[in-house]
Design a protein around this ligand. Structure first.
Ligand code: SF4
Ligand code: SF4
Length: 192
């Protein structure tokens, strides 16, 4: 029938209108809590987020520049999980990861730990391949997206110190992934 498409389109517009005003009316200009579904996959309606006063809850799988996970050592020194295997640098589509491996000062033999680890954040496209392929769960995608600076030079190349974040931070921003990782590791330990 002629005109059926127009009617369907109008019904969709009408649905958005009701969803917007019934689901979200009066919810603007307040701190968003984890049960606020605006911006989530299952949200409905159209709305404006008054950023930066309002900030949407970040979904766990959200990903920005990667960070290097470390555990705290005995003297609170950083024990990076990274073994400097170089897999992340190899799979990185933009080739923005640069790693050098530590060497034993006496024997000169390589030690499975990064001496230097750089990411050029101007080139990183936040694809998450590095985190996906790392066999040691040593590199994870961050949630911190407020990264703009007034400088366009060296400060955009993050070194090992800047990239490092404690395992507790990882557990906080990616609780589901962290729990899965812990369960997997304990399964392997039990089986061994
Ligand atoms: S972050 Fe992971 S993949 Fe990259 S060098 Fe370190 S251990 Fe290898
Ligand atoms: S997120 Fe993608 S582009 Fe960025 S460092 Fe990792 S692999 Fe490279």
């Amino acid at each position: 029938m002629n005109g059926i498409g127009i009617i369907k389109g109008l019904l969709i517009t009408l649905k958005h209108f009701f969803d917007t005003y019934l689901s979200n009316f009066g919810r603007k200009q307040k701190n968003l809590s984890t049960d606020d579904k605006r911006g989530m996959v299952d949200s409905s309606g159209l709305f404006t987020i008054q950023y930066p006063e309002e900030v949407l809850v970040t979904p766990e799988e959200f990903r920005v520049i990667p960070f290097l996970v470390y555990e705290a050592g005995e003297n609170n020194e950083r024990k990076y999980r990274c073994t400097s295997c170089g897999i992340c640098a190899k799979v990185c589509p933009t080739q923005c990861i640069f790693i050098t491996r530590k060497k034993d000062p006496e024997t000169g033999k390589p030690i499975p730990s990064p001496e230097e680890f750089y990411i050029d954040t101007d080139k990183c496209m936040n694809c998450g391949f590095c985190a996906e392929y790392c066999p040691f769960d040593a590199i994870k995608m961050d949630h911190d997206f407020e990264l703009s600076t007034y400088e366009r030079g060296d400060s955009h190349i993050y070194n090992k110190e800047k990239l490092g974040k404690p395992v507790e931070y990882y557990a906080k921003i990616r609780p589901v992934n962290y729990a899965l990782e812990v369960a997997e590791k304990s399964e392997k330990t039990t089986a061994a």
